[in-house]
Ligand binder design. Structure first.
Ligand SMILES: [Zn+2]
Length: 254
């Protein structure tokens, strides 16, 4: 009985995280904003992704799970400690993606806190003075209790639900547009930019690797280059999440 109920409860809590318990921010940006974010951080997101952003004078947010950095996955090798430090030194934002890249809905409150503290501790060793103020849910999954816990600890948490953040943003579940070769057509990019401008919104792109060929959840260098160019042609500021929050008028509660 207990085991049959568990998936049901999980589903209810996951839907709760999507629709309930928001952390609302009335957006006060004076211009539409764009952010480029990278999850897990395959080394190609460093060698190609960060390089392309920097060529355009743009900085991004890289959500790191430092417990698995340097390891090899099916699709890629993850960035190593030296590359994390280089990203930080170049002015990119390092965000929290848990320590061991674990689905947060499987954790209790104490384990969740420990995952974040461990990641912060490890990244502090690498980058003295670093503050991890923004979070991204591994696998995009959350439960309502963990969302409430994380949105209190961090300024923002990004999910994988598609959309433009506009009007009142939910800082506990920021929306995004996937920057994948598989899904981001030029028509979809045009529509997303139009909506961002019309609603004075905040468009957050999310991807993983930046490789040729990319994985099914990544993009080729060419698509990233074209997307950055399209955004800059619209004169939309491209900011890491922490700086976009400041531009939205977010103030951390004391
Ligand atoms: Zn991830």
């Amino acid at each position: 009985m207990h085991s049959r109920l568990q998936p049901l409860i999980k589903g209810v809590l996951r839907r709760g995280a999507r629709h309930l318990g928001s952390k609302p921010l009335v957006m006060r940006n004076t211009a539409p904003l764009v952010s480029f974010t990278f999850d897990d951080v395959p080394d190609s997101a460093y060698t190609n992704g960060a390089a392309i952003l920097e060529q355009h004078g743009v900085r991004g947010t890289f959500y790191v799970a430092s417990g698995i950095c340097g390891s090899r996955d099916t699709h890629w090798r993850l960035i190593d400690p030296a590359q994390i430090r280089a990203l930080h030194d170049a002015g990119h934002e390092i965000g929290c993606h848990t320590f061991s890249h674990v689905g947060v809905e499987d954790l209790d409150a104490r384990q969740m806190a420990e995952e974040c503290t461990q990641n912060q501790r490890r990244l502090l060793e690498l980058c003295p003075g670093i503050a991890l103020t923004n979070f991204c849910y591994p696998f995009g999954r959350a439960s309502l209790p963990r969302k409430l816990q994380l949105q209190k600890r961090f300024d923002s948490c990004r999910g994988i639900y598609e959309g433009i953040n506009a009007g009142v943003a939910d800082l506990g579940m920021l929306r995004m547009i996937a920057l994948y070769d598989r899904t981001l057509t030029s028509e979809k990019l045009r529509r997303a930019l139009r909506e961002t401008r019309e609603r004075n919104g905040w468009l957050i792109f999310a991807t993983h690797d930046v490789a040729d060929p990319p994985s099914w959840i990544g993009c080729a260098p060419r698509l990233l280059r074209e997307t950055v160019a399209a955004v800059l042609a619209e004169n939309m500021p491209c900011l890491p999440i922490r700086d976009a929050l400041a531009a939205l008028g977010y103030r951390r509660p004391h």
